[in-house]
Design a binder for this molecule. Structure first.
Ligand SMILES: Cc1cc2nc3c(=O)[nH]c(=O)nc-3n(C[C@H](O)[C@H](O)[C@H](O)COP(=O)(O)OP(=O)(O)OC[C@H]3O[C@@H](n4cnc5c(N)ncnc54)[C@H](O)[C@@H]3O)c2cc1C
Length: 461
């Protein structure tokens, strides 16, 4: 197998070194690792097509790998085979400033796209915190802190080039911001988690960098008060760029890790962007809504550096928790509820976690109704793992009963397969059919995203 891959792409593209295999066996979560047999680094669409058509003929599993930051076991090659690492396809091919668009290869990191777009006064706002690859972000339909204003990856992806399992190259979508040309396969490949095809090129929307931005912190007497304020800001049509919730446990962890001195209370981290006059009005209206819920003061971060420090602190929440729990691994819930349910949902999650005796942090993209309970778990402590699983299930059930979903942004991967069946059991047979159309031999990221039936199981001998 290895010799044939070397013959296909040359030695520079193929690695079986132990450290490289180890790097591709894990994600940052608690899911148990499993190494691929080989890591392949294509440098062009043609090379991706060559590897896939070869693997398809031999029934060899292929797991696309972007930056490896996904959280539900997505990139773990549970069936062995090839980890297809797209990091060498890392060119920003075009920035079409007049159309507010960029064309990129899948391995471009979001920081690199922002560096290229920034020179034109533009940015790509989708921000999952980690410096993920744009191919991986599209494949998971990532969202993040700015989704409340700009939408997630599906909203911001105009067109894709995709290589199917048999090596066929498709182009879907267009350079226009709207199209009604038949079924939306672009929207299907976004969020397909490497199970339907390999994304080899993306045309993405860019946005003007707001002329003026203000960030603020607002501490509240309760989690519910903070959530109600978030809902009120969204309901009032205030143009907030970010509305992020941290519970008191999380703020304490951040203070300990970053050396900040933020009030250790349920807190909204907010950002507003636009013209100076518009932002001033938005901030005033949001501060008034916060006051009604018992927030005594908006702490403003107007300077670029102070704003960057605030958002760095928010993005480093996971590192702060890891730092505070040496030897433990992280597990996160990702439910999303209609925003009117957020306050009750977060209070329910906090009470349930406390009742289960599990130290946990709650953060939320509060403007989207999407919240995460983060547990730090000892991988050898069976009881702790089971308690976290029970609690996760309870939180998902609570959300589903109120019109929510088991995953707002992280995706299904391995970790949410059971919950997908719980949420959309009636759709699963259709999802399997879709999988068969694009990947009839089941080689692409087998065992992820679509609950398997035995006919579709692939194993590398
Ligand atoms: C600290 C931290 C914070 C995070 N916060 C958020 C958040 O706020 N919002 C959020 O949405 N996510 C968040 N995540 C999760 C993660 O960053 C996202 O899921 C991200 O989109 C994954 O991108 P990646 O490049 O790392 O993809 P990978 O992890 O490498 O891959 C993810 C999936 O996409 C597939 N894939 C990768 N590249 C391609 C390709 N070119 N073609 C087809 N399939 C491909 C893989 O097979 C896999 O199934 C966070 C992660 C961390 C570590």
């Amino acid at each position: 197998v290895i010799d044939e891959l070397v013959a296909l792409l040359g030695e520079r593209a193929v690695s079986t070194s132990e450290s490289v295999l180890d790097q591709h066996a894990n994600d940052p979560s608690h899911h148990p690792p499993h190494a691929p047999d080989v890591v392949v680094y294509p440098e062009s669409t043609a090379e991706v097509a060559r590897v896939l058509s070869w693997a398809n003929e031999r029934g060899v599993p292929v797991v696309p790998f972007g930056a490896g930051t996904s959280l539900e076991g997505h990139v773990i090659p549970t069936h062995g085979g090839i980890s297809l690492d797209l990091s060498r396809m890392d060119r920003v091919l075009d920035v079409r400033a007049a159309d507010l668009q960029a064309v990129v290869q899948p391995g471009v990191l979001r920081s690199a796209l922002n560096a290229a777009a920034g020179g034109h006064g533009l940015w790509f706002p989708v921000d999952p915190g980690a410096d993920a690859s744009l191919g991986g972000m599209a494949a998971t339909n990532a969202g993040g802190t700015t989704t409340v204003r700009y939408g997630g990856m599906r909203t911001n992806t105009l067109a894709l080039e995709v290589v199917l399992a048999d090596g066929t190259v498709l182009r879907t979508g267009s350079r226009t911001v709207k199209t009604s040309a038949g079924f939306d396969l672009r929207g299907l490949f976004v969020g397909s988690e490497g199970t339907l095809g390999v994304i080899t090129e993306l045309t993405l929307r860019l946005w003007g960098i707001p002329e003026h931005a203000v960030a603020a912190r607002a501490a509240f007497p309760s989690l519910e008060a903070a959530c109600r304020t978030a809902a009120a800001i969204v309901g009032a049509g205030i143009a907030a760029t970010r509305i992020e919730l941290l519970d008191a446990f999380t703020v304490r962890a951040v203070n300990a890790y970053k050396g900040t001195t933020y009030d250790e209370a349920p807190t909204l981290f907010l950002e507003f962007g636009g013209s100076e006059v518009g932002v001033a009005g938005d901030v005033e209206a949001a501060a008034e809504l916060a006051r009604w819920e018992g927030c005594e003061e908006f702490q403003y971060e107007r300077e670029t550096e102070a704003r960057a420090r605030l958002w760095e602190a928010r993005h480093h929440v996971l590192f702060a928790l890891v730092h505070g729990s040496p030897g433990k691994l992280h597990k996160s819930t990702d439910v999303c509820v209609p925003i009117s349910e957020l306050a009750a949902a977060v209070a329910h999650a906090r009470d349930s976690a406390d009742a289960a005796g599990l130290a946990s942090s709650i953060i939320a993209h509060a403007g989207d109704g999407n919240y995460h309970v983060l547990f730090m778990l000892d991988p050898d402590d069976r009881e702790e793992l089971e308690a976290a699983d029970r609690l996760n299930a309870e939180i998902v059930e609570w959300a589903l009963a109120r019109g929510g979903t088991c995953t707002g942004e992280h995706g299904i991967g391995l970790g949410k397969l059971g919950y997908l069946e719980r949420e959309h059991g009636d759709l699963v047979p259709y999802l399997r059919e879709v999988k068969r159309v694009f990947d009839p031999n089941g080689i692409l990221n087998p065992g992820k995203t679509v609950p398997l039936d035995t006919a579709n199981t692939v194993r590398l001998s």
